[in-house]
Design a protein around this ligand. Structure first.
Ligand code: NAD
Length: 251
């Protein structure tokens, strides 16, 4: 039920952090892997490590998820090389911590562009490819508990808004694509220890742990089983859902 044997998964933001860790788990569950990321060196290093640790076929492409033409070309090239790709972990994202009054229009647009427009572009082109080929599939978008609550002490209106958009994008695509047997769900993490969160002030990290009922940050591998559940046939009647993995933060 949780097996991904015979499937291929596309993971965006797969060079490090949550994307890389989830990619490894998908590989262990039997999927071949396609990684998209901006960062060439870490992407190639991740692809090498994942080939070694999972024994699966791993294709890596330097792609900016905001670039419609580049995403389309990379999806086409990956289908050409590996055959149909049924699974998408739509995960690339950035954060900007700044009070709303200080954010420039360019900074605001950049966060929305990567986190929301990028998620839409990848999902749209991935879904279109499946629909054109009359193939079924499963998509998991990475949301955030910040799509539901407003975090503190950091201020990050652009990020919060982008992730709220990802949740509703999930529901909208799930509704439109149900008739094509393409499921779309969202996995929304709480505070997880990655490069994204380790660069902030230590006192904030301590405060996040204190505010989390489980009194710690999560680890990327603690998200992997939720993503496998949502991508695999184990969740075959689940679409448009958001599953939050946050140590109880949003209770
Ligand atoms: P990370 O910074 O460790 O990894 C993000 C990856 O995305 C990097 O490899 C980066 O190069 C890539 N990326 C960024 N912009 C890109 C673009 N335009 N095109 C292609 N690739 C791009 O971050 P992470 O903590 O692993 O976060 C992964 C996802 O999880 C993000 O969507 C983030 O918003 C979300 N998230 C993280 C946390 C957390 O606490 N770490 C909490 C909630 C949600």
């Amino acid at each position: 039920m949780f097996s991904l044997h015979g499937k291929t998964a596309l993971i965006t933001g797969g060079a490090r952090g949550i994307g890389k860790t989830v990619a490894e788990a998908l590989g262990h569950a039997g999927a071949d892997l396609v990684l998209f990321d901006l960062e060439k060196d870490s992407l190639e290093a991740a692809a090498g490590e994942l080939r070694e640790s999972t024994g699966r076929r791993v294709l890596a492409s330097v792609v900016n998820v905001t670039d419609h033409d580049a995403v389309r070309a990379a999806i086409d090239a990956a289908w050409e090389q590996l055959g149909p790709i049924q699974l998408l972990f739509n995960n690339a994202g950035i954060v900007m911590q700044k009070p709303a009054v200080e954010a420039s229009p360019e900074e605001w647009r950049h966060v929305i562009d990567v986190n929301l427009n990028g998620a839409f572009i990848v999902a749209q082109l991935f879904g279109k490819k499946l629909i054109d080929n009359e193939a079924s599939g499963s998509i998991v978008n990475t949301g955030s508990m910040s799509g539901t609550i407003v975090n503190y002490p950091q201020l990050q209106a652009s990020y919060n808004v982008s992730k709220a958009g990802v949740v509703h994008l999930t529901k909208s695509l799930a509704f439109e694509w149900a008739e094509h047997d393409i499921r779309v769900n969202c996995m929304s993490p709480g505070y997880i220890f990655t490069d994204l969160t380790s660069s902030v002030r230590k006192d904030w990290r301590n405060q996040w742990a204190e505010l989390t009922p489980m009194k710690r940050l999560g680890r990327p591998e603690e998200l992997a089983s939720t993503v496998i559940y949502l991508l695999a046939d184990s969740s075959s009647f689940t679409t448009g859902a958001e599953l939050t993995v946050d140590g109880g933060f949003t209770i």
